[in-house]
Design a binder for this molecule. Sequence first.
Ligand code: ADE
Length: 359
Amino acid sequence: MNGLTATYKHFLKLTPKALVNWFAQAARDLPWRRTRDPYAIWVSEIMLQQTQVSTVIPYWERWMKRLPDVRALAAAEEQEVLKLWEGLGYYRRARHLHLAAKKVVAENNGRLPLAHEQWLEIPGIGRYTAGAICSIAFQHPVPILDGNVVRILCRLLLIRGDTKDKAVLKRLWDAAQDLVSHAPDGQHGRFNESMMELGATLCIPRQPLCLLCPVSELCAARKAGVVNQVPQIAARATITPRYFAALLLRDGDRTFLRQRAANEVNGGFWELPNIEAPSPEEAAQLLAKKSATRLSEKPIKIIQHRITRYSMTLSVYQPDSPTRKIITRIEKIWPDARWLSTEDLKHLPVAKAHLRAIG
Ligand code: ADE
């Protein structure tokens, strides 16, 4: 602590307490905030990576009902785990969670790690998530830093540099560590949660609600009148369009679907047979060629789907005249596909865009 300026010491003394007190009365009642069970918190933190709170709530509740502890998760079939994640996207998160649960049961008798460094060894867990789990479940004084916390700290400390820059990031992690270390005893997790909450509700990217902020008096950006300019918002990554044509075959209640290979994106998920091409027209032509079938002239449905930096268009076609002969030919062209009933689909995971295509 030597070498710190008096202003920074003052800041460290007041900020954590003010935020924890504010959190005690302002916190939203989120289901994972009613537990200190590290497994439950681990699941919530993985779901909350790249997904909004309101979307996560029903998924987390369903998951915890069906897989209430690490042993239940380890024993579950992968298809069931993916089904519980269906629609949340970024399915690697679910697969990592499942593998990690199996490992914890096989190697550590089902006991979850306590130490931050051990959590970091688990696939899918980085410094932020390890910090969130250890602070919230065990009240360890370890920091978190995500987009929300970066924004709060840049404003409080008036950090104007590029927040992707290594030196700036180090400064931010150090500040997050200093702050959580100064949280009242037993409140380290509450302090980290208070920062998540402040970033989600008041210290928002544009037009932050400083009048309601419990630490506005301590905020250097506010003092300088530059809250809206800090941090600098990076230019958005360019969005790349991608075009797919999919074949929808139905036989009564059954739909013709194939399963993606384990090593592909969305591995294990079921989807309509489909083809990607540089334009919608080429995708349709290639699909007709591959299935050796004339397709409906226009798609019966067009599904738009955004994922990370891709904007996907999935055009759904049916054969012009789906005779028995044509269906048999198509079955041979996609030998890995199956006819799945509505009942089957209650248990098997289907990629989100395809779920909309068949729905
Ligand atoms: N975002 C990441 N973790 C969170 C949590 N525990 N509560 C609310 N939002 C979050």
